[in-house]
Design a protein around this ligand. Structure first.
Ligand SMILES: *[C@@H]1O[C@H](CO)[C@@H](O)[C@H](O)[C@H]1NC(C)=O
Ligand SMILES: *[C@@H]1O[C@H](CO)[C@@H](O)[C@H](O)[C@H]1NC(C)=O
Ligand SMILES: *[C@@H]1O[C@H](CO)[C@@H](O)[C@H](O)[C@H]1NC(C)=O
Length: 282
């Protein structure tokens, strides 16, 4: 009797495990898409945006289109064209229900096919809604292409003179690489947003003849020296305001260890009480 109970519980657990989905955060989702080689790196953020618009990145999401067809998984792949319910089929030759588990390999493979056969990102209505709400497919498709081109051109033409603006994800990766635990990353990201707008090359001259350098706006009076290594961080201030944030993070760790986050007035004003704010979700 007892063994039968246990085995039915085990079966239930196994079923639950097999069918349960997962809601992806943006950074892990970007990493997963990249490792499944969905596209070149430059378009990963477009895919993340699309997925969030379609399903909120919930792998278990199934939406009825009408009483015949449904959309499945993070990409909301339709059973009308691309997959079949209950058996393999459709243009992707896959079973729709397989898109509901947290294995993204099949979803990505089918999404790539939809992208190539269905007219790029415009094949998804979530993508169009993000850009334009007029509902005109051709116009939306043209718009998304123009938008992409403009973004690429802007990116290429402005990169050298505008310094590097980090995304929250990129900064989080650098914080991890420099030994800052996830528990505190929200504070460090909030601080960077408010000190520099995530601009790693920002330099501000103050009226008192000192300057603030880099993503954490480190002051030249105490922590570094201009033109040569020095200060409590034994660093050249200019090295705290480059495209790389490694020096800035290392010096900021020293400041935080010696004086605490309170040394940054901006942190006291904007980050101290922000525990639940959006900085803390990447
Ligand atoms: C700091 O962040 C808050 C919240 O997003 C924003 O309202 C404020 O303008 C930021 N301050 C600076 C100096 O960027
Ligand atoms: C980043 O900071 C540098 C130096 O202060 C400045 O020239 C540049 O315009 C800033 N970039 C942006 C996008 O604000
Ligand atoms: C100049 O002002 C900044 C910010 O208020 C401060 O951190 C720094 O110590 C001051 N520098 C000098 C030389 O007083």
């Amino acid at each position: 009797m007892a063994t039968r109970w246990i085995s039915s519980i085990l079966i239930l657990l196994a079923l639950y495990g097999a069918t349960s989905g997962k809601v992806y955060q943006k950074c892990p989702l970007a990493r997963a898409l990249d490792s499944l080689q969905i596209s070149s790196r430059s378009f990963i953020s477009n895919w993340v945006c699309l997925i969030n618009a379609e399903s909120g990145a919930d792998t278990s999401k199934k939406t009825a289109i009408n009483d015949q067809w449904s959309s499945y998984g993070i990409f909301q792949i339709s059973s009308k064209t691309w997959c079949r319910e209950g058996r393999k089929g459709g243009t992707c030759n896959m079973q729709c229900e397989d898109f509901l588990n947290d294995d993204l390999a099949d979803d990505v493979e089918c999404a790539k096919l939809i992208f190539s056969r269905g007219g790029g990102f415009a094949a998804w209505k979530g993508w169009n809604l993000q850009l334009d709400t007029t509902g005109n497919g051709m116009a939306n498709r043209a718009l998304s292409l123009v938008g992409l081109l403009v973004a690429v051109v802007l990116l290429l033409s402005t990169t050298p003179s505008y310094g590097k603006i980090y995304t929250k994800c990129e900064l989080a990766k650098q914080l991890t690489a420099n030994g800052i635990s996830r528990t505190y990353q929200g504070h460090w990201i909030c601080l960077a947003i408010n000190e520099s707008g995530l601009n790693s090359t920002k330099v501000v001259e103050l009226t008192n003849l000192s300057s603030n350098y880099g993503i954490y706006q480190i002051n030249s009076k105490e922590w570094c020296r201009e033109g040569r290594k020095g200060g409590k961080c034994s660093m050249k201030c200019e090295d705290l305001a480059t495209d790389s944030v490694t020096n800035a993070i290392q010096c900021s760790k020293i400041i935080q260890q010696q004086k605490g986050f309170n040394e940054w007035i901006v942190w006291q004003k904007k980050c101290k009480r922000q525990r639940s704010a959006r900085y803390f979700q990447l």
